[in-house]
Design a binder for this molecule. Structure first.
Ligand code: DG2
Length: 250
């Protein structure tokens, strides 16, 4: 039996998704395509009659703006919002700002996929003086230096995301609120891994498309009623998942 409704939404296409660059914590904006995807995401919420009562986002503009555009088209601009660095994209370390295709060509398939999809191999750390470092970003000024990431693997993301899940999101669900989480490819992979109990190996094969709401109906124990949830546009999701999988390849 469904007790709770949770909607996961990866931001729409970003400038760097379009350009094929590793993004991570770099605060890039949406493309026009991304804006359209986001607004359509809101329409899909209306069509499925899944209207969010509360929103959680990362601190990154591509997720924040996607949620705004989706809620605007769903006529739910007014719902309360909480944001946390714990929903940020995985910090991509020294890969931030690098071209995915060029990285694949330089390091080869195995290393490339190890960095993109292995559970516990982080890319090399990003230097604090790198132009794509966030160490001096005002958004993270409140974070103690020792927990401010310089690189992360998915395991690191699971570990920093779960406290926010339990402390901030679960209480909203338990209060009966339909809860929208607007975040990123890898921070949502971390959450889906937890929800569906996916193994460290199998999570490598899971990809999240941009801009298509993924509805999880959860039972009273917060277990998915349908494993994997349900994309509100399954056909578009299937095509977009293939595109994410093949990033960096011509
Ligand atoms: C992408 C994910 O994150 O890239 O950081 O480049 O969801 O914020 O666009 P997002 C990035 P992959 O791990 O799929 O290469």
């Amino acid at each position: 039996d469904t007790a709770y409704k949770l909607v996961l939404l990866r931001h729409g296409e970003s400038d760097w998704n379009r350009k094929g660059l590793f993004t991570g914590w770099v605060d890039v904006d949406l493309t026009e395509t991304g804006e359209t995807e986001a607004a359509r995401g809101g329409q899909l919420l209306i069509d499925a009659d899944v209207l969010p009562d509360v929103l959680h986002t990362s601190l990154q503009r591509r997720a924040i703006r996607t949620a705004q555009l989706a809620l605007d088209s769903a006529d739910r601009n007014w719902i309360p919002v909480r944001r946390s660095w714990r929903l940020n994209e995985r910090h991509y370390g020294a890969l931030q700002g690098k071209d995915k295709a060029a990285t694949l060509a330089e390091f080869g398939e195995e290393q490339f996929m190890l960095w993109r999809r292995s559970y516990d191999t982080p890319p090399p750390p990003l230097a604090d003086d790198d132009e794509y470092s966030q160490v001096n970003d005002a958004a993270y000024a409140g974070l103690p230096d020792e927990i401010r990431p310089r690189t992360e693997c998915l395991k690191d993301v699971v570990e920093r995301m779960l406290p926010y899940w339990y402390d901030a999101i679960v209480p909203d669900l338990q209060a009966g609120r339909t809860t929208l989480v607007a975040a990123h490819g890898n921070s949502l992979r971390a959450l889906v891994k937890h929800l569906d109990g996916i193994s460290d190996d199998a999570i490598a094969g899971l990809n999240i498309p941009t801009g298509i709401p993924l509805l999880y109906e959860l039972d009273a124990d917060l277990r998915p009623v349908t494993p994997g949830g349900r994309y509100l546009d399954p056909e578009a999701a299937a095509a977009a998942i293939e595109a994410v999988k093949n990033q960096g390849r011509k």
